[in-house]
Design a binder for this molecule. Structure first.
Ligand SMILES: *Cc1c(COP(=O)(O)O)cnc(C)c1O
Length: 422
């Protein structure tokens, strides 16, 4: 059973102040989860979680985790800008981008971020752009082929655009060392949204063995290993959630088996989790505004794929609770749809739900990562507000809803803009 941390009365009261649709995040949930992550890796002296900003780029949310020592993992200039403005110091910012414009390397270096290179050719581009090779720098590894865990093939790194081959990696570290780099890192992100406690430990095994080889065969010393993201969440009711304490213990075991006996027991472990950090603690709240009975039964809500794109682009499952009807039997089957002129604008297809009436509030679960952040503006639809439910139960507006002025702002070069707003 997926439950809500709030009641229908609380949601109605919130909706009277902030019109639906809106996102609401659970501060307590995010804080307690971050505490568990820290605990899971407390055995590693240099451990740091660099929250993947792209998952939920709201400073009020990131601040909750910052208070407990997390850094940020940035994929772009604007995410670096946000991290810097929030007071993250250089060491607390990781820049794991790909297809990177040189100007972004420049800014990352200016603010002292750790640059994690996605390609061999970027070594030269970086040096040409900033005039030197930073002392602390990392390379992203792509082992190629398919990547399997005990429960089967997970993904296909050989088909992915990321990272360096093993040969490039070895050559790359040699060049970096020769050009003055002292603190070298190894990064890999091989599978997204894994629902098994084995992913990080198995990835660790691959990376730790490589690090031992780099040391023994090539005299290359790695100082930090970045397990990146990929730890998934239980989107479906029947999914078993990952246990971060078991995951941390699994990595610890492999660390003691492989690194410690090779004299490499002071390597720092980094993570760049996004989904796992905020995903379960964010909800998209939307109101049923239409019902339609044709060849199927439809409930039309006031949110659409612009607010949450995952179902439309990946067919992703997001659980839906009809607020106030948590205990009613799910004896109706609906497609829950938004208003875009796109037939994939469906939050749920053939979903058993209690009878939905116009005016009901629907809560879409597990929208706290890669949810609001993926939003766009197709059909001229506007992005919603974001709210934070504080630990004392108060609600704070942490991003206002977009207005037509925001939507048209970049047309301020046109006379039409003046007609609309002056
Ligand atoms: C997206 C991304 C992450 C976060 O991934 P999650 O699956 O949300 O944990 C971390 N690192 C990099 C380089 C990414 O692109």
């Amino acid at each position: 059973m997926k439950t809500l941390p709030f009641t229908v009365d609380f949601l109605e009261e919130t909706a009277s102040k902030y019109p639906t649709p809106f996102y609401i995040y659970d501060e307590k949930g995010i804080r307690e989860n971050m505490e568990k992550v820290k605990k899971a890796f407390s055995w590693n002296k240099g451990f740091r979680e660099y929250f993947a900003v792209k998952a939920e780029p709201n400073p009020s949310i990131i601040e909750i985790m910052k208070k407990q020592g997390c850094g940020t993992d940035c994929s772009s200039y604007t995410e670096l800008l946000l991290s810097h403005a929030m007071g993250f110091s250089g060491d607390e910012v990781m820049f794991s981008s790909n297809d990177t414009p040189p100007s972004e390397f420049k800014y990352a270096d200016d603010i002292g971020a750790t640059i994690n290179l996605d390609d061999f050719t970027h070594i030269k581009i970086l040096e040409d752009t900033i005039g030197h090779i930073p002392e602390k720098i990392s390379l992203r590894f792509n082992p190629g082929g398919t990547y399997s865990l005990s429960n089967g093939i997970m993904d296909n790194p050989g088909d992915s655009k990321y990272g360096l081959t093993k040969e490039q990696l070895i050559e790359g570290y040699k060049i970096l060392k020769q050009k003055g780099a002292k603190t070298l890192g190894l990064h890999a992100f091989l599978v997204s949204n894994t629902l098994t406690n084995d992913y990080y430990p198995e990835l660790s095994k691959t990376l730790f063995e490589l690090v031992v080889e780099l040391k023994k065969v090539h005299d290359i010393e790695i100082s930090f290993i970045n397990l990146s993201g990929g730890v998934g969440i239980a989107y479906k009711e029947e999914d078993v959630p990952n246990d971060i304490l078991a995951i941390g213990e699994g990595v610890h075991r492999v660390y003691d088996e492989i690194l410690v006996p090779s004299g490499l027991g002071d390597i720092s472990i980094y993570t760049e989790m996004g989904r796992f950090m905020t995903g379960p603690y964010g909800y998209l709240v939307t109101r049923a505004i239409n019902e339609k009975h044709i060849y199927k039964e439809y409930i039309g809500v006031d949110a659409c794929a612009v607010n949450l794109m995952r179902p439309a682009i990946y067919g992703a499952y997001h659980h839906i609770t009809v607020a106030g009807k948590e205990k009613s039997p799910r004896d109706h089957v609906y497609d829950v749809v938004g208003s875009l002129c796109e037939n994939n604008d469906k939050f749920a297809i053939d979903r058993p739900l209690p009878k939905v009436d116009r005016g009901d509030l629907l809560v879409i679960h597990d929208a706290g990562a890669h949810g609001f952040a993926m939003g766009y503006n197709y059909n001229g639809k506007l992005k919603s507000a974001e709210l934070l439910m504080k630990e004392d139960g108060n609600v704070e507006l942490i991003r206002r809803a977009e207005t037509p002025e925001d939507y048209f702002a970049t047309l301020d070069v046109s006379d039409i803009y003046k007609k609309m707003f002056q």
